[in-house]
Design a protein around this ligand. Sequence first.
Ligand SMILES: Nc1ncnc2c1ncn2[C@@H]1O[C@H](COP(=O)(O)OP(=O)(O)OP(=O)(O)O)[C@@H](O)[C@H]1O
Ligand SMILES: [Mg+2]
Length: 253
Amino acid sequence: MPGLEVENLHVRIENKKILHGITLNVEYGSIHAIMGPNGSGKSSLAYTIMGRESYEVEEGDIRLDGESLLDLPTEERALKGIYMALQDPPQVPGVRLSTLMIAAINKKLGNLDLTRVKDPSIVKKMYKYAEELNLSRDILQREINVGFSGGEKKRSELLQALVLEPKVIILDEPDSGLDIDGVKKVANILKELKAEGKAIMLITHYARMFKYVTPDIVTVIIDGKIAVQGGPEVANLVEEKGYAYIRQRFFKR
Ligand SMILES: Nc1ncnc2c1ncn2[C@@H]1O[C@H](COP(=O)(O)OP(=O)(O)OP(=O)(O)O)[C@@H](O)[C@H]1O
Ligand SMILES: [Mg+2]
């Protein structure tokens, strides 16, 4: 089974062309890192995979297990097992984090009552992962992201990914705003998820997380195109030389 496949993807937002023919695979049991300078189109790629409105696919395809997702709304893509942890998750006043997670789990399980937990082991799991992520129990009872610190937001996004058990996990800069222990923690969790067979797409500027978890494939996107694709050595090159060098050496207009 191939996992998530992106093939020759061309994307426009309003009148701006943002992605120009991106091709990449995120296989099960692997970590595919997406790197690139600010504004190169990394988040746009992730949003397009999730089917966010206004990201218009002009050409190409996005497939999960060989089946095109293009005609499906975001919710159905999520139900098929793709989860995206946002770069900058929004506040949702009035909704507790635990309420959201329980609703999402019930939705996934096809339960009509979204508020009740039929299987108490899910709540146990939620607490276990929260502890692993150093998130206090009271965070779960607070309104989503309201007053959360930068790191708490990132950790709670990852908590949702762990509890929902998606097949494909897209993480948009999970290391931003995390302290060094947080980066290590997230890296270790990614290792576990990889060992469980999840397909992981890890968007990041920096190679610092790769000290603790080695990506299988690294793709560098510049101006909406793939500049270079390779193994972990590509991330080291980025870290050592910077994007200006990568652009000069690999990028073709
Ligand atoms: N809704 C929008 N309307 C117009 N332009 C947009 C929109 N969303 C994104 N863009 C533009 O698309 C380009 C790519 O943005 P994107 O957020 O995908 O970059 P990125 O690689 O994630 O950057 P960063 O590393 O800063 O997060 C940018 O020039 C951005 O301004
Ligand atoms: Mg981004």
